[in-house]
Design a protein around this ligand. Structure first.
Ligand SMILES: Nc1nc2c(ncn2[C@@H]2O[C@H](COP(=O)(O)OP(=O)(O)OP(=O)(O)O)[C@@H](O)[C@H]2O)c(=O)[nH]1
Length: 330
């Protein structure tokens, strides 16, 4: 009840709606009553924001723990979907926005921004995530790119880090002047109660239409994609800020032998110096990236994984349109 705690009059923000959506475990009992298609809601929700504001944490919390259990279904919609969640009569389909890159105008950034713009232009709702109480040029650049015809909800995340909550009211008021936000939601992506409240607020923005996916589905991403994302996550987590975002991961081999998956992946970096950062002293960094990614994949798929990692330098790949495409960015 964070928005409520702040009070509508205090922040002069649009009313926060209550609804019957139940994101608790009881809401997902194994044999729920069938929902009449005439009362079903289904729609696309995009999560955008500058790096590090908590988008991934939020998405994982919204989709639930099983986000990474992949089905083998081919992509059937016009969006790149990262996850979905069906609660009560409503199916929330979350679409991928690979991060707005506003720093450089190279081919990779152009491709990413195009994908992002394509992804958000025809969704039903955009969650614009910022850190509660903060707004800088990087946030403004993302906000500037958002289409005018889609409702945008301001998610003021990391509310738990705001010590003087009264200070947030003037900040929220100043945010109202920046964009005609549909709602203001101070919250913490790490608090399940806030996630439940966010579902309830989002629900009414999704159109009344039959579900597009099985209510038990959580993602339609391939296992191959999940493997490259997992390596990428460990790569960036373990190299910190030193490694430029232009580094990427390519899956060279993905084979299944009974209960074993054999994966070979290449981490592609731009400079010889970056290669050293990834490999680390006596190869210790690369080994750790591999071990951590493998352990998580094993947990995810509940099977043995053999993961082989390579590092290659492809100088200037982020500036080369054809190469960007060859690495899977449209
Ligand atoms: N205290 C607090 N920390 C949070 C919250 N949400 C996310 N974080 C932390 O913020 C950091 C960044 O979170 P991510 O989810 O990786 O952020 P992101 O926006 O996806 O980042 P990029 O992938 O760089 O775009 C992580 O250390 C999270 O644990 C929150 O509500 N409260």
């Amino acid at each position: 009840m964070l928005a409520r705690a702040l009070g509508k009059s205090e922040v002069d923000a649009p009313e926060v709606a209550e609804s019957e959506v139940d994101a608790t475990a009881e809401g997902e009992t194994s044999e729920p009553e069938p929902i009449d298609p005439a009362t079903q809601r289904c729609g696309f929700v995009a999560i955008v924001g500058k790096p590090n504001v908590g988008k991934s944490t939020l998405l994982n919390a919204l989709v639930g723990q099983k986000v990474s259990i992949t089905s083998r279904k081919a992509q059937t919609t016009r969006h790149r979907i990262t996850g979905m969640r069906t609660l009560g009569p409503t199916q929330f389909v979350f679409v991928d926005t690979p991060g707005f890159q506003t720093r450089h105008g190279n081919a990779l950034n152009r491709a990413l921004n195009k994908t992002v713009l394509g992804a958000v232009s025809d969704v039903d709702l955009i969650l614009f995530v910022v850190e509660a109480g903060h707004f800088n040029l990087a946030d403004a650049k993302v906000l500037d790119l958002l289409p005018a015809n889609v409702p945008v909800m301001l998610v003021a995340n990391k509310f738990d880090l705001v010590h003087r909550r009264g200070d947030l009211a003037p900040w929220l008021r100043s945010m109202q002047e920046r964009h005609p936000f549909a709602e203001f939601v101070p919250m913490s992506a790490k608090h399940p109660k806030d996630i439940q409240r966010l579902f309830a607020i989002c629900e009414k923005y999704l159109p009344l239409q039959p579900w597009m996916h099985d209510p038990d589905d959580l993602t339609d991403r391939s296992e191959r994609f999940m493997a490259s994302e997992m390596v990428r996550e460990k790569l960036f987590r373990l190299t910190g800020d030193e490694l430029p975002y232009t580094s990427t991961v390519v899956i060279d081999k993905f084979e299944e032998e009974g209960a074993l998956k054999r994966i070979a992946a290449t981490i592609v970096v731009e400079r010889e110096g970056h290669k050293g950062m990834v490999i680390g002293d006596k190869g210790e960094k690369l080994k750790r990236i591999g071990t951590e990614a493998r352990q998580e994949l094993e947990k995810l798929w509940d099977c043995k994984v053999y993961l082989e990692l390579w590092v290659k330098v492809r100088s200037g790949w982020a500036d080369d349109d054809a190469r960007v495409r060859s690495f899977g960015y449209e």
